[in-house]
Design a protein around this ligand. Structure first.
Ligand SMILES: *Cc1c(COP(=O)(O)O)cnc(C)c1O
Length: 351
C-alpha cells in the first residue's frame, strides 16, 4: 500500500490514468460454474497464458465512470446503474457473460470504500473507475470463450483535456468507426484499436481529435474520438442543443443523455437528429451554429473549435469555448460534486 505522502503527491499530479489505487476487484466466470464471488485484492500485475483468447481475438469490454467527493466529505457515483446496464449490453454483444446491475455496482462500492482516501477533494477532480472484462479461455480456436475475468481498477483523475482551450478536429472520410450490425454501440477495446490509425491521421493534419461519420452515406456526423457531440444553434435563451441521433452505430453516452435533460432544466430546447458534414460547414459559416462541444465521462465537456476535412477548414464562432458550453459543464459538475440539487436522482451515495 502506498503511504500517505505518496498518495497525496500522486493525486495532486492529476492527469488521467497515471497512478492507480492500492486495490482492485477481480471476479472469475466460467461456463461450467458461472460467476465466482468477487475478490478485493492488492493492485498488481496478473499472469496469463500467451494463448489466452483475448490476446488473439480481442473479446473484451470496458466501462468508465467517476466517484465524486461531496461537500460533506462523502463520496457518490453518477448514474452507475446506467454504466451497469451498458456493461451488460456490451457483454452480450461480445459473447461475454452478463453481470447483474446490483452485483456490478457492489464491486464499485467495495473498491471505493476500501480506497476512499484516493477520491480527490476538488471540483473537476474525481476517482475514475475502470471496470473491464475479457476472455480467458486458453486456446486459439475461434469461439466464444468459456471463461472470463472481470476486473475493476481505479485512478485519480483531473482534467483529461485542458478545459479552457477548444480542440481542433479532423473529419475522417477515409476510416469509419462503426457500421450497423457491428460493435459501435458496445464499449469494447476493439473499437478503439481500429480508431487509432484515424487518430494518427488527424494528428498528421494538425488536429487534436478525429470526428467519425457514418459508414454508408459517408456524410452523417456520429462522434468525436471516444466522445459524443453537441451543436448549439442560436444564442442565449433561444438556443437549441442538437446532438446526433442514436442510429445503432453511435455509443450511447451517459453524459450525452444527461445533457439532454440538463439542457431542458436550464431552459434550452434540445434535439436528437441527423447532422451532416454540410450542416456543420454551412451552420458555422452562416453563424447559426454558435458553439460545438464533445462530451463523455473522462473529459466531461470539451469545446470544439475548428473542424478540418478534405473540403476545407471551418471555425466555430471565434474559435474560443462558448458560454453555453461552459454553463452546461459547470451545471453537470455541480450536480456531480453535490453543489447543485440532484433533481433527477442521478447521484448514488457510496460513503
Ligand atoms: C464511452 C464513450 C462515450 C461517452 O460515454 P459516457 O457514458 O458519456 O462516458 C462516447 N463515445 C464512445 C465511443 C465511448 O467509448
Amino acid at each position: 500500500m502506498k503511504d500517505d505522502a505518496t498518495r497525496t503527491a500522486q493525486i495532486a499530479e492529476g492527469g488521467f490514468g497515471r497512478h492507480y489505487t492500492d486495490h482492485m476487484v477481480t471476479r472469475e466466470w466460467s461456463e461450467k460454474d458461472g460467476w465466482q464471488e468477487p475478490e478485493l485484492v492488492p493492485y498488481g500485475p496478473i499472469t496469463l497464458d500467451p494463448a489466452t483468447a483475448v490476446f488473439h481475438y480481442a473479446q473484451e469490454i470496458f466501462e468508465g465512470m467517476k466517484a465524486y467527493r461531496q461537500p460533506d466529505g462523502g463520496v457518490s457515483l453518477f448514474r452507475p446503474e446506467q454504466n451497469a446496464q451498458r456493461f451488460a449490453k456490451s457483454a452480450a454483444r461480445l459473447a461475454l457473460p452478463e453481470m447483474s446491475v446490483e452485483e456490478f455496482i457492489e464491486t464499485l462500492e467495495t473498491l471505493i470504500k476500501q480506497d476512499s482516501k484516493w477520491v480527490p477533494n476538488n471540483v473537476g477532480e474525481s476517482l475514475y473507475m475502470r471496470p473491464f472484462m475479457f476472455a480467458t479461455e486458453v486456446g486459439l480456436g475461434v469461439r466464444p470463450s468459456n471463461k472470463a475475468l472481470y476486473m475493476l481498477i481505479a485512478t485519480p483523475a483531473s482534467g483529461y483535456f485542458s478545459t479552457n482551450t477548444a480542440v481542433s478536429v479532423w473529419i475522417s472520410t477515409e476510416y469509419v468507426r462503426a457500421a450497423l450490425g457491428g460493435t459501435g454501440e458496445a464499449k469494447c477495446g476493439g473499437n478503439y484499436a481500429a480508431s487509432l490509425v484515424a487518430q494518427k491521421a488527424a494528428a498528421k493534419q494538425g488536429c487534436d481529435q478525429v470526428v467519425w461519420i457514418d459508414a454508408v452515406e459517408r456524410k452523417w456526423i456520429e462522434e468525436m474520438g471516444g466522445m459524443n457531440l453537441y451543436f448549439v444553434k442560436g444564442k442565449g435563451a433561444d438556443a437549441t442543443l442538437v446532438t446526433p441521433k442514436l442510429t445503432g452505430t453511435l455509443l450511447p453516452g451517459i453524459t450525452r443523455d444527461s445533457i439532454l435533460t440538463v439542457a431542458k432544466d436550464l431552459g434550452y430546447k434540445s434535439e436528437e437528429t441527423m447532422i451532416s458534414i454540410d450542416d456543420w460547414h454551412h451552420g458555422v459559416e452562416s453563424g447559426e451554429i454558435t458553439e460545438i462541444f464533445a462530451c463523455g465521462t473522462a473529459a466531461v465537456i470539451t469545446p470544439v473549435g475548428s473542424a478540418k476535412s478534405a473540403m476545407g477548414t471551418w471555425v466555430t464562432g471565434d474559435g474560443e469555448p462558448g458560454p453555453i458550453t461552459g454553463q452546461i459543464r459547470a451545471h453537470l459538475l455541480g450536480i456531480q460534486h453535490g453543489t447543485i440539487a440532484d433533481k433527477h436522482g442521478w447521484m448514488h451515495r457510496v460513503l
